[in-house]
Design a protein around this ligand. Sequence first.
Ligand code: COI
Length: 326
Amino acid sequence: MKIAVFNCRPDEKEFFETYSEQYQVELSVTSDPPTLTNISIVEGCIAASVITTPIERDLLNAWKSKGIQTISTRTVGYDHIDLEYAKELGITISNVSYTPHTVAEYTVMTILMTIRKMKTILTRYQVQDYSLFDVRGKELRNMTVGVVGTGKIGEMVIQNLSGFGCKILAYDPYEKESVKSYANYVTLEDLWKESDLITFHTPAIKSTYHMVNRKSLQQMKSGVALINMARGSIIDTDALIEALESGRVSAAALDVIENEGKIYYNDYKHTVTKNHDMAILSAMPNVLMTPHTAFFTDEAVSDMIHYSLESCVAEINGSENPRKVI
Ligand code: COI
């Protein structure tokens, strides 16, 4: 069985070697994203492993004609794949799950960095400015933290935060008994109203698109801090910028942003940026931005590759695949 692997980074190679041996599969590997011009990579393959590049109609048609029967995205999110069209073509799609600790720990780190104004402290240190002006922080134990989305990652964030003694409010349309020992489920309106800091752990679906918008920002506490380690589409970026400019939002940590697609994971140091929102936000001293790296640990990368190859094999062999999306 031959599997095409796209966007293979150098740090992924050792895991692809290990798991291709374990599952006895041959790989056709490229570091490039999948496009219509590199169709030859899928020659002789029946499955493809991808990451965040949009997988749209044209590509699906081209891959189908080359014999691709299943696609696995080495990510939890699968909003970059045209699922409906894949289904029409009879191509199955699966995603992966990986250790929730990776994003949960990164979230707690950025929460602490945000409330302790770490971006300002670190940038000042670089220029030998050791003054205390405007870097006094807050203690988490005195804060109310709202967690939107209590899937695996949201629940882990709640468990990790419980050690800090803060009050934790949670919102999810599907409430979990296990979360109730650490947090109180409330309505979204109450969560907006009562939280000093809100962290998002929801998928990018219709109901979460721009859930942070001008209206919901008005319902939040003045001076709220927002943490988004999930998907850029959850926050209306223009509305967030306005709220940061007016001070209604006091700080933000964003590992994701709308339209990050072709930018993150590339080196643009010598390029003039065309993404104005990103330029504005990253210039703000109270906005901590990272390039979608919350997932990036040894453990998570190993899981991503392991489960991607495992589900390609399961799909092709017709065996049970717990990671099947469609
Ligand atoms: C996911 O797995 O959905 C992520 O957010 C990480 C990925 C973009 C590499």
